[in-house]
Design a protein around this ligand. Structure first.
Ligand SMILES: C[S@@+](CC[C@H](N)C(=O)[O-])C[C@H]1O[C@@H](n2cnc3c(N)ncnc32)[C@H](O)[C@@H]1O
Length: 277
């Protein structure tokens, strides 16, 4: 799946984006750096440079993006196939790539409704071009103001928040600073979940020395990327019933045939799914 936009970025190559004035080309973008690390085409020189500020520290760190993506897909399959969820809000959805949430969900049930949310307007531009049915939409909004996401009329068109729904926050809370109060934001999201809803979260884990070095690389190059402890990550799920096996290294969460096995950086990433009682 691709955005279908054409045009060149400031470096005359790379990202396929419309030359929209509200798009940020002067600073690296999390979405474009992630796309680069995943092997996509929607990035500029400034993003590649940012990526190498952490890839130079731990060259295998690109695997974390793949692990994140696979965890996200497994959590969607769980929600739809096992937990009966038929509506999902994907916060920090990223630039469309292969195996997006609605595609994974629609393999199980084509009627599943999905709202994609990202604070990067380039995501909106690309996602709009590829969304072609009325089960899926995309909005530009920020995780740091959850009420704006849940109260958006576009969200309400597809999500009945009185019924159980799924929320994905895959690979974003670690891009919030401590001052942003990520645990407080997770609490606000949990407050908006109806009983029987599910929340999937995955993040960097900072329990070993190389995590501190990687964090430095992320902060220097991208300006965000905190590697938090088990306890800090566990706190995001306070008040929820954890779906077995709980919060674990992301590749140990219900692995399937696509899950990478025992690679050198898997202890730097955690994931879990909780259910609102
Ligand atoms: C690492 S990517 C993860 C993409 C996707 N969730 C996945 O699992 O493949 C993080 C995404 O979160 C978005 N993002 C970062 N901070 C955000 C915020 N405060 N609110 C909404 N989106 C945010 C970025 O623009 C980027 O697209």
């Amino acid at each position: 799946m691709s955005g279908g936009h054409s045009g060149s970025g400031p470096d005359g190559q790379g990202a396929r984006s419309g030359a929209r004035r509200d798009l940020n080309f002067r600073r690296p973008s999390i979405a474009r750096v992630y796309d680069y690390v995943l092997g996509g085409r929607d990035h500029f020189e400034i993003d590649r440079k940012a990526a190498h500020s952490f890839l130079n520290v731990v060259p295998e760190a690109g695997q974390l993006a793949k692990d994140n993506r696979h965890f996200m897909r497994r959590s969607v399959r769980f929600m739809v196939a096992e937990a009966g969820i038929r509506q999902i809000i994907d916060i920090g959805s990223g630039l469309p790539t292969a195996g997006n949430v609605h595609q994974v969900a629609h393999e199980i049930d084509p009627s599943v409704r999905v709202v994609y949310v990202d604070n990067d307007p380039m995501v909106l531009a690309h996602a709009r071009a590829m969304l072609d049915d009325d089960t899926t939409t995309v909005i530009t909004s920020d995780l740091r103001t959850p009420e704006a996401i849940f109260d958006d009329p576009e969200t309400h068109k597809l999500i009945d928040t009185n019924q159980p729904f799924g929320v994905l926050i895959a690979g974003i809370l670690h891009h919030l600073s401590d001052e942003d109060d990520p645990a407080g934001i997770a609490a606000e999201v949990k407050d908006r979940l109806s009983p029987g809803s599910y929340l999937a979260i995955c993040n960097f884990l900072g329990e070993e020395p190389r995590a501190r070095e990687l964090e430095r690389g992320f902060l220097d190059g991208l300006g965000s990327g905190r590697f938090r402890t088990w306890d800090e990550n566990r706190a995001y799920f306070d008040g929820l019933e954890m779906v077995p096996p709980g919060l674990v290294h992301a590749n140990k969460w219900r692995p399937d045939e696509d899950t990478a096995k025992d690679h050198s950086v898997e202890t730097l990433y955690v994931g879990g799914v909780g259910r609102k009682p």
